[in-house]
Design a protein around this ligand. Structure first.
Ligand code: DQA
Length: 143
């Protein structure tokens, strides 16, 4: 089984950026540990601060992977292009957020990608990624 974890803008700064919201732990370190816990899953990890690069990566893996964990960062709230891309590919996508976006500023309550995604996980800190991976494994087993 193949799962891609795709992170958008500023997620390379998790561990440093607004620790009161996102915590002190580096996301790269967390994800490297996480992938080691699933020996039967082949993971691909990708991060970019650029909308087009995220779309290129979604298109690259979106027809051959079994699932995608996507934290599109702020693009979540306004990228119709990423939403269109999620609709275009065949792999199920889990909209994933570290923080509880619904409990934050109102502009974060809007998700342009929500309806294009299979489900959404938010507010569990870095463990949102683990829950998203578990959801995709269960989903694949049900197919
Ligand atoms: C985020 C929430 C977004 O609103 C924000 O722009 C981010 C991170 C999260 O993981 O909680 O960059 O996606």
């Amino acid at each position: 089984m193949k799962i891609a974890i795709i992170n958008g803008p500023n997620l390379n700064l998790i561990g440093v950026r607004e620790p009161e919201i996102y915590g002190n732990r580096s996301l790269v370190e967390y994800l490297n540990e996480l992938v080691g816990e699933y020996p039967d899953v082949e993971f691909s990890l990708f991060q970019s601060n650029h909308e087009g690069a995220i779309i290129d990566e979604l298109q690259r893996i979106g027809f051959s992977y079994d699932g995608i964990v996507l934290n599109a960062g702020a693009y979540t709230h306004y990228s119709i292009a990423i939403a269109d891309c999620i609709r275009a590919i065949t792999a199920p996508v889990v909209e994933t957020h570290i923080s509880d976006v619904q409990a934050r500023e109102t502009f974060r309550h809007v998700s342009m990608i929500k309806d294009a995604c299979a489900t959404m996980v938010a507010g569990f800190g870095l463990d949102s990624y683990r829950l998203a991976v578990d959801w995709l494994i269960e989903y694949a087993n049900e197919q």
